[in-house]
Design a protein around this ligand. Sequence first.
Ligand SMILES: [Zn+2]
Length: 100
Amino acid sequence: MNDKTKTNKVTFEELFSYEYWNKLGFIAGLERDYPYHKKAHLYHGTFSDAGDAVCKRGWNRDNGEAYSIWSNNVGEDGVCKICIKKAKKIIAEREKRGIK
Ligand SMILES: [Zn+2]
């Protein structure tokens, strides 16, 4: 493993660009609540069906059994760092197995 994959550094793009995550097969979603949440979470699905949340905080309704989000939105603090870390692992795993 090289040092690049071990870094915990999060780029501006990873934090604030939902398009970036779209290209990698994820959806960024912001909890549909007022006051607005500052952080968005990542989901495994598509715009029309966001699918499973990447981290458990993405399940924001019914004691973690459901969620309500604005898809393709990030908060003023960007995307949750736990989600980013997990998504990077999933992407690395996919690349290792040659799946795009
Ligand atoms: Zn998260």
